[in-house]
Design a protein around this ligand. Structure first.
Ligand code: 5GP
Ligand code: MG
Length: 178
C-alpha cells in the first residue's frame, strides 16, 4: 500500500493484488462453468493483458488454446482517430468459442474492432473478458460478459497496465494522484 512515483506522476494503491486474485478466480469459475464441454480459444491482447491472462488462465480448468495478438495502431486520417490492425493470430477459429482477454475497456473502440475482426473468422461465439472497465467512458454498445472490476475514469497503472512504458510489473493497481 502507499504512494509510488513513475516519471512525473504520483500514484496511490487502488486495487490490491489479493482483490485482483479473488476477482480473477471468480471470473475464471464463471468461464469454466459457461464453457463446460467446449474447447475454447483464448485470445489475449498484448501488451497490457499479459499479467491478467497468466493469472486467469492458471484458474481455467477447460481444455483450451491460448493465442496472443498485438494491435498495431496508427493515426489515420479518419476522424475516429486511430485505426488498428491485428497482428499474429494464425489460429483457425471456425466453429470455436473465442474468449478475448483484455486489460481494460475504456471507450470500447478497441474491443469493438477486435470483436468484429474475430467474428469475420466464423467462430461459434466471441466473448469479452476484461480485468477492468471504465463504464463512464464507454462509447459503444459492447456485451462484456466477464469483468473483474468497474472503475472510475481516472488513469491507472499496474498489473500489466503502463504509464509511458513503466509500471506493468506492479502487483497492485494504482490510480493517479496529486
Ligand atoms: P479503448 O479503445 O477501450 O478506449 O482503449 C483501451 C486501451 O486504452 C487499453 O487497452 C489501454 O491500453 C488504454 N487505457 C485506457 N485506460 C487506461 C488507463 O487508465 N491506464 C492505462 N495504462 N491504459 C489505459
Ligand atoms: Mg489493452
Amino acid at each position: 500500500m502507499g504512494i509510488i512515483r513513475i516519471k512525473d506522476k504520483k500514484f496511490s494503491t487502488f486495487i490490491t493484488s489479493d482483490k485482483i486474485k479473488s476477482q480473477t478466480a471468480r471470473v475464471a469459475q464463471e468461464i469454466n462453468r459457461d464453457f463446460a464441454g467446449s474447447t475454447p480459444v483464448f485470445v489475449a491482447i498484448l501488451n497490457g493483458s499479459f499479467m491478467f491472462a497468466a493469472d486467469l488462465l492458471r484458474e481455467i480448468s477447460l481444455p483450451c488454446e491460448i493465442h496472443f495478438v498485438k494491435l498495431a495502431s496508427y493515426t489515420g486520417t479518419k476522424s475516429t482517430g486511430s485505426v488498428h490492425e491485428m497482428i499474429g493470430l494464425h489460429a483457425d477459429l471456425r466453429g470455436r468459442d473465442v474468449i478475448i482477454i483484455e486489460d481494460i475497456v475504456d471507450s470500447g473502440l478497441t474491443m469493438q474492432f477486435v470483436t468484429k475482426m474475430l467474428a469475420e473468422r466464423s467462430p461459434r461465439s466471441v466473448s469479452i473478458c476484461t480485468l477492468l472497465l471504465k463504464p463512464g467512458n464507454l462509447q459503444v454498445n459492447l456485451d462484456i460478459k466477464y469483468k473483474c472490476f468497474d472503475i472510475p475514469n481516472d488513469f491507472i497503472v499496474g498489473c500489466g497496465l503502463d504509464y509511458d512504458g513503466f509500471g506493468r510489473n506492479l502487483k497492485d493497481i494504482y490510480t493517479v494522484t496529486n
